[in-house]
Design a binder for this molecule. Structure first.
Ligand code: FAD
Ligand code: SF4
Ligand code: SF4
Length: 396
């Protein structure tokens, strides 16, 4: 266990260490430095004391034998017997990483009646499928799925494990990484292999999207990352490709502290991650009633409605429809931003979008810097006009 102490006989109370602590944990009391409860044992202050009065003892890191770990795994998330699109996106990206590492891509498929999905996973790039197919795996449960994944990882030792940053993936991945004691990088936007070291370079936005951080996990295995839907594109499927299918023996069912009460599918119409057209509303829409104007337009266009965070915070839209850094990443063909200012945290959720149309009363709104088409005007007036026009042109 790491520890820190001030060696009182060496400390002269010069205060140099005080400003070096990012947590404000050091005070000078009776001409001696004193470290208080705010200390997180980060070690930043050690270098500031040239008299060696700060005695910092680091944790001994335990490293596992990383040479035993080979291959790339993708957790094949499915619901009601249908693969989540992010699974195929990850299998395609894993394929590219595997070419560099010269290893296999394995998809791990857990569920009830899921055997038939193996063919699709192979077509989209997997070399091998590990299947555990049993009625008690019908519903996702992070503890049960997590225990199974942990056991499989300990048995098979993959060097990389990729999981979709869906609601389920976001609870499964940390369960696994914390149990196995390895690193996890959430919400990666880029995955590459370092050619020299052969390790996974996991890039994700940091500090509110103001810079991109590349994170590595050099001493522990597997290297784990979650990736949001639509960040990668799936590769062209090849249904003539063959692959190895391994059925994992079914253990006795695992008890969980989580019990399902009921299924809720709370999305109106299309899910945001899958929609080709999104009409998205921001605070500028004014009130909850006006969201109907966006819903009307989405309906005639065959799309769905998204929103900025303040709209969700106001309770006008469910969280499932929030676009942005703390919401969903979307990649529709058309994104219509209505009364959205274009804050960096909102733009962080816009992936590869062909056309962005912005409607805003403020001609200087930052959203116009990323929009392909801009309409300066009141969205409460513009939206019904657009709906009317599109309806008319459809009839014609
Ligand atoms: P505002 O910034 O209030 O902008 C409203 C816009 O509407 C203005 O540009 C205004 O000119 C225009 N307007 C006003 N009236 C009209 C009208 N009648 N017609 C047309 N235009 C009009 N935000 C997200 O969206 N998603 C996230 O995931 C997210 N995550 C965040 C995470 C963190 C850590 C932080 C700190 C913030 C996050 N935010 C997120 C919030 C973000 O910083 C912005 O505050 C938010 O995106 C602004 O939302 P908005 O554009 O709807 O509202
Ligand atoms: Fe004491 Fe060193 Fe801090 Fe100076 S820098 S107050 S000597 S601990
Ligand atoms: Fe502050 Fe870190 Fe030093 Fe603790 S170890 S006193 S948190 S700088």
């Amino acid at each position: 266990m790491a520890s820190i102490e001030i060696l009182k006989d060496k400390c002269i109370g010069c205060k140099k260490c005080v400003g070096s602590c990012p947590f404000g944990a050091i005070e000078i009391i009776d001409s001696k430095a004193v470290i208080g409860d705010k200390c997180t044992l980060c070690g930043s202050c050690v270098e500031s004391c040239k008299l060696g009065a700060i005695n910092f003892i680091k944790d001994e890191l335990e490293y596992n034998d990383i040479s035993e770990y080979k291959g790339i795994w993708v957790f094949a998330e499915q619901r009601f017997g249908k693969l989540k699109p992010v699974t195929l996106e990850l299998v395609g990206q894993a394929r590219k990483l595997a070419e560099t590492l010269k290893v296999n891509v394995t998809a791990v498929l857990l569920g009830d009646n899921v055997k038939l999905l193996a063919k699709e996973l192979i077509a989209y790039g997997a070399d091998e499928i590990l299947i555990m197919d049993t009625p008690w795996l019908k519903d996702f449960n992070d503890q049960v799925y997590g225990e199974i994944m942990v056991n499989l990882i300990n048995d098979y030792k993959p060097e990389i494990v990729l999981i979709g940053a869906t609601s389920n993936g976001r609870s499964l991945a940390p369960y696994i990484s914390a149990t196995i004691k390895t690193g996890l990088t959430a919400d990666c936007t880029k995955l590459e292999i370092d050619n020299k070291e052969g390790i996974l370079l996991q890039t994700r936005p940091a500090f509110g999207g103001n810079l991109m951080a590349t994170i590595v996990c050099p001493h522990h295995r597997p290297q784990m990352a979650t990736v949001r839907p639509k960040v990668f594109k799936p590769i062209e499927p090849n249904y003539l490709k063959s692959g190895k299918i391994t059925y994992i023996p079914i253990p006795s069912s695992i008890d969980s502290y989580v019990k399902k009460i009921k299924d809720i599918d709370n999305l109106e119409g299309l899910s945001l991650s899958e929609a080709d057209i999104i009409v998205s509303v921001g605070k500028g829409i004014g009130n909850v009633k006006n969201i109907e104007l966006a819903k009307e337009l989405a309906k005639v266009l065959g799309g769905t409605v998204g929103s900025s965070r303040p709209v969700v915070d106001s309770g006008w839209m469910p969280y499932s429809q929030q676009v942005g850094q703390t919401g969903k990443t979307v990649a529709p063909k058309l994104y219509i931003a209505c009364g959205i200012s274009g804050a960096i945290q909102h733009l962080a959720g816009l992936a590869d979008i062909e056309t962005i149309v912005a409607i805003n009363i403020d001609p200087d709104a930052p959203i116009f810097n990323v929009a392909h088409y801009g309409i300066v005007g009141d969205c409460r007036e513009v939206l019904p006009l657009l709906t009317k026009k599109i309806r008319a042109s459809k009839k014609a």
